[in-house]
Design a protein. Structure first.
Length: 270
């Protein structure tokens, strides 16, 4: 994993929240918040909170005396998330590395993470940290994208950029967000961290956007894929985005576009 794969800064947080969140994250945030609230946790830690889509979905479902700590490695994402969250004294925001969390053992009933584990350089280490922080009987709830071919817009953009940059195609989407789809590997990594009670659900949803340009902007300018594009020439960002939008339009039409997304939802009990 390159350093640029983990950088969510500049205009990325705003574009991420404006375009990516409604495109692919909101439906899974509703799902994970429903599953999390059903566990009735009083102390919740969220890692890789990003722009706060899960925080916004889950916090209203928690009891008035609950405690919610939202963390992320990228301070700009946390700052943006805090601006999107209504005042709630139960929630605190803290920059933290999921592989070395600054909290006491057995401090939380639930550790949750939406689409963040793919970015962890050492996943068993991060999973051990989650287990360390869980009270006996606590739960680690997270999700991870399935293979890129099951996530149509991500695949469309990746293929379009391979046409646009034939000598050095940007492969961020396939390499990182969709690079951790093997459920056997996920189970193995959790077992290395001491989790033995694990359930995995593969869940398909639909991704919708008002125009082909929206998913093109979402992926090309709202994720670290932007860093890869600009590394090949900052002046090429808009042209690359236009090329991706045109490819989506050819395949899905010029009006509202709809395509499949698919992810694994994992619940591991301490």
């Amino acid at each position: 994993m390159s350093a640029g794969d983990k950088i969510f800064a500049g205009s990325i947080p705003e574009n991420y929240d404006r375009y990516m969140v409604p495109l692919i994250f909101e439906s899974y945030a509703r799902d994970i918040s429903h599953k999390a609230s059903a566990l009735s946790p009083k102390a919740v830690l969220e890692t890789a909170a990003g722009s706060g889509v899960v925080t916004r979905a889950l916090a209203p479902r928690l009891s008035p005396d609950a405690r919610y700590v939202a963390t992320d490695l990228n301070q700009p994402m946390l700052d943006y998330a805090a601006t999107r969250q209504g005042r709630d004294d139960r929630i605190s925001w803290q920059k933290a590395d999921a592989q070395a969390l600054p909290f006491e053992d057995a401090a939380f009933d639930l550790v949750c993470c939406q689409f963040g584990v793919m970015f962890f350089p050492d996943r068993p280490s991060a999973y051990r940290e989650a287990r360390r922080l869980l009270k006996p009987g606590g739960c680690f709830l997270f999700n991870a994208w399935d293979r890129i071919e099951e996530n149509v817009f991500a695949d469309d953009v990746t293929n379009a950029l391979a046409e646009f940059f034939p000598d050095d195609p940007p492969r961020f989407m396939a390499r990182i967000p969709h690079g951790y789809h093997d459920t056997a590997l996920i189970r193995s990594d959790l077992a290395k961290a001491g989790f033995s009670n694990v359930t995995i659900e593969t869940k398909a949803e639909q991704s919708r956007a008002p125009s082909p340009r929206d998913p093109a902007i979402a992926y090309c300018q709202g994720t670290p894929l932007r860093n890869e594009i600009e590394a090949r020439g900052a002046e090429k960002l808009e042209a690359a985005t236009d090329h991706a939008a045109a490819a989506i339009a050819r395949k899905h039409g010029s009006g509202e576009v709809v395509a499949k997304i698919q992810a694994h939802v994992i619940l591991a009990r301490a």
